[in-house]
Design a protein around this ligand. Sequence first.
Ligand SMILES: [Fe+2]
Ligand SMILES: [Fe+2]
Length: 275
Amino acid sequence: MEIDRRAFIAGLGGTTAVSLMGDEAKADALEEFMSARLNEAVAAPQAPSGGTFPSAADLQAQIETRPTRRGVGNLFAARTGNVKRLDPMPRAPRLVDFFTMRFNGTSNHCLQSATKALRSGMTEEVVLACLLHDVVQELIKVDHGWWGAQLFEPYVPERTTFAIRYHQALRFYADSENGYEYPDLYHRVFGRDYKPEPYIEQTYQTVRKHKLYGDARMVTVNDLYAFDPNAAPVSLEQFADIIGRHFRQPKQGLGYDNSPVAHMWRSIERPDAPL
Ligand SMILES: [Fe+2]
Ligand SMILES: [Fe+2]
């Protein structure tokens, strides 16, 4: 398929906006762009008239064209071909082990977001929230803000949990005072006429009046919606001190500390367990 590179980058917000995207996110964006073009070609009557973005109805119509649902976690469905065998994790696994061995579909994006937050002088709690904000999508994508907050709640400060939980709802609402515009990418992912569900709207209305609103908003501001083909890879190492200060690593290992979320960590560690 021929790619209109200018249209692709412009559709993602231009080269400046895309300057911090990781390799995985680049690949995802390209794949989404290509599959959108493909869908337009295949389903010509449903293609948006004169626009590059699908409608919410177009996306609904695609549901029965796929073997998996869009909300399934990265570890549970291959993008192309079959899933791969996973290396066993060390005993008493730590956050860094999950980053290197299980969060491979989301870690670049999160590392880039956290780097942007660090460089723009965010608090350590917000930098940590940016670092963790999407990794639960390895387990499940639907309602990932809530799932992600739950996964980390026993181990991180309240501000970090709050920011992870509510970035999902806030991302649909512009806040130009804080430098957040609705991302063009969402026209492609959710449909050009997408209206957030009532529970998202209600959450937004509540959270915008909350004293920790700014923390959750800063996750959306430092989120990345586009890519730069030349962005340098980022390592977790530069966040070691922030993780050390704000992430309460259980000595038995994540998944084995008998916490209310231990099973979630085990499911990420062992997605091939049948029951
Ligand atoms: Fe997110
Ligand atoms: Fe994100």
